[in-house]
Design a binder for this molecule. Structure first.
Ligand SMILES: [Zn+2]
Length: 223
């Protein structure tokens, strides 16, 4: 891709030409978040580098710098800034980055993956079936006693609190495994396998996160 102004090959971010400083026009709408930030399309990005690049580009594209520019240049700077902000919000979060990268690589992620109306977050991962069943019974018990205006049984509250902590630790493990699979994908080996594992991990993450939220909310009203 060449700069729309000086025609030199673009380097780094595709939003702004490193050679002449021209903010790119309409064509920039089709560029992805990695191209916007001028970073490699991979999972393992260095957080510090990413942030530095974001701030540098933000200053470069800032609409205040274009007050005396043509209306078209002003429009370009506004559009590029909006895209840069979206890119930053998505890529700085490791989990959102995984979802985004898998999507632009053509993988169905989340609800898309589970099929319409069959949201993945409603189906417990097979290895958690039993534990989730237990947990739901206790949640039900707690909600019931709340409805009856009774004090919840201390053992139920204690069990649920312990379960929430256990599931939170599980989220941590999922994130670590995502990083491992991401590194495998980045290395270029068995990408398909790494991608399908990451999709599975994302389903697990979504399910467990919702579960923890439910438990924490119910416990809060019980306190
Ligand atoms: Zn240029």
């Amino acid at each position: 891709m060449n700069c729309t102004s000086c025609q030199k090959p673009m380097q780094g971010s595709l939003l702004v030409c490193a050679a002449c400083g021209a903010v790119q026009g309409d064509g920039a709408a089709a560029i992805d978040y990695f191209q916007a930030l001028g970073v490699e399309r991979k999972f393992g990005l260095n957080a510090g580098d990413l942030e530095r690049e974001f701030h540098r580009l933000s200053r470069r594209l800032h609409p205040d710098r274009f007050v005396r520019a043509t209306a078209e240049e002003q429009q370009n700077s506004l559009r590029a800034t909006a895209l840069l902000n979206d890119a930053w919000r998505t890529l700085r979060d490791p989990v959102e980055r995984v979802e985004y990268l898998l999507k632009i690589e053509g993988h169905a992620v989340g609800e898309e993956h589970a099929g319409k109306g069959k949201s993945a977050e409603r189906q417990p991962p097979p290895d958690l079936l039993e534990e989730v069943f237990e947990l739901n019974m206790q949640l039900e018990e707690l909600r019931m006693s709340q409805k009856m205006g009774e004090t919840a049984e201390a053992s139920v509250v204690a069990d649920l609190t312990a379960a929430a902590t256990r599931f939170e630790a599980m989220l941590q493990t999922v994130d670590e495994r995502l990083a491992v699979e991401g590194a495998k994908w980045d290395s270029g080996e068995s990408r398909a396998q790494a991608a399908s594992r990451m999709i599975e991990l994302l389903d697990r993450r979504r399910y467990v996160r919702n579960l923890v939220r439910d438990v924490r909310e119910t416990l809060k009203t019980a306190a």
